[in-house]
Design a protein. Structure first.
Ligand SMILES: CC(C)(COP(=O)(O)OP(=O)(O)OC[C@H]1O[C@@H](n2cnc3c(N)ncnc32)[C@H](O)[C@@H]1OP(=O)(O)O)[C@@H](O)C(=O)NCCC(=O)NCCS
Length: 290
């Protein structure tokens, strides 16, 4: 359907549309399941294009991460409607939505998405690799000697959100609370002898694999120990999105036989405090969640 000027009509995608829009991410081979779509459409705002049969031809989504940052994701166009401008049109709608709220837009671009984002003013922050890990083969990975790992408890949630904010550059208590209930057995926290929180890992089940992340920690040794513990807590296969600069973690993943079929670029339109520094970010929540 088109407006009188030929541009496509943009519809809101409501949480109740999750079942109908999900085929777009399945067609692209992505890992989101219905719980992901329902969460994202409930916590954020979806925009899409319907075809004459009232099926979704294209989707996009804005997920607020605090007042200063909003994540654009799920920019998907069904295969036979690509290169017609739908992706760009939806992206512009998302950018307008973010600007209206006074926030900066961030996203993780696939190699297909990046050519759309660059001309719209987005710039690169850092590269991320998507890793596929079947299972953990090697010996246990201990945390640093002053750190202990223990299973996450719901009573940790507030402390975890406070710890997460400056290290991730995102204010995301709603998202963390959602993830904490998705797959509790994969969730761990790291504490120093003083009792201070020095890291955590959460995860969620997906359509084709279990996603490990976010994993945030004071240092790489703790981040790696948390990820290794998460990967031995539930059955694989797993996916992880890891900033390329974490060389020890990359090496460990390679030793486990993990492979990295694709990469993303973290990009922003404007400047978002603390978002450009992945020093403490060992696995993302996912390109769709930030
Ligand atoms: C990426 C995607 C959303 C683009 O949607 P689209 O509707 O085809 O995009 P547009 O028609 O608005 O393309 C805008 C411009 O982007 C560039 N572009 C789009 N797809 C491209 C590709 N595969 N290779 C190179 N450039 C491309 C072109 O410059 C294009 O303009 P042109 O067709 O006039 O040359 C679509 O290919 C898709 O759904 N891919 C799979 C999912 C995905 O990777 N999403 C992005 C997540 S970050």
């Amino acid at each position: 359907m088109a407006n009188t000027d030929g541009s496509p009509v943009i519809h809101n995608i409501e949480p109740g549309d999750a079942d109908d829009v999900w085929p777009l991410s399945i067609e692209a081979g992505w890992n989101q399941n219905l719980k992901d779509w329902r969460f994202m459409l409930g916590a954020g705002r979806g925009f899409g294009v319907l075809n004459a049969d009232d099926r979704w031809d294209a989707s996009s989504l804005v997920l607020p991460l605090g007042q200063k940052l909003a994540w654009i994701s799920m920019v998907l166009v069904t295969k036979d409607r690509r290169r017609l401008g739908l992706g760009t049109t939806l992206l512009k709608r998302c950018i307008a939505e973010v600007r209206e709220s006074g926030a900066v837009a961030g996203l993780d671009a696939t190699e297909q998405g990046r050519p759309i984002y660059l001309p719209l003013g987005f710039h690169d922050l850092y590269r991320i690799s998507r890793w596929h890990l079947d299972d953990v083969k090697g010996p246990k990975v201990p945390p640093p000697s002053h750190v202990t790992l223990r299973p996450f408890a719901l009573s940790d949630l507030q402390r975890l959100a406070t710890y997460d904010r400056p290290l991730s550059g995102m204010e995301r208590p709603t998202l963390l609370a959602h993830l904490a209930t998705r797959l509790p057995s994969i969730a761990w926290v790291a504490e120093a002898r003083s009792g201070a929180l020095v890291g955590y890992v959460l995860g969620r089940e997906g359509r084709t694999a279990t996603s490990i992340g976010p994993a945030i920690a004071d240092d790489e040794e703790t981040g790696l120990a948390l990820i290794a513990r998460a990967a031995t807590s539930v059955a694989g296969p797993f996916i992880l999105d890891v900033p390329d600069r974490h060389l020890r973690l990359r090496l460990w993943l390679q030793e486990q036989g993990a492979v990295t079929p694709r990469a993303y670029m973290r990009m922003t339109l404007g400047t978002a405090k603390d978002l450009d520094d992945p020093t403490h970010v060992f696995a993302l929540a996912g390109p769709e969640l930030g």
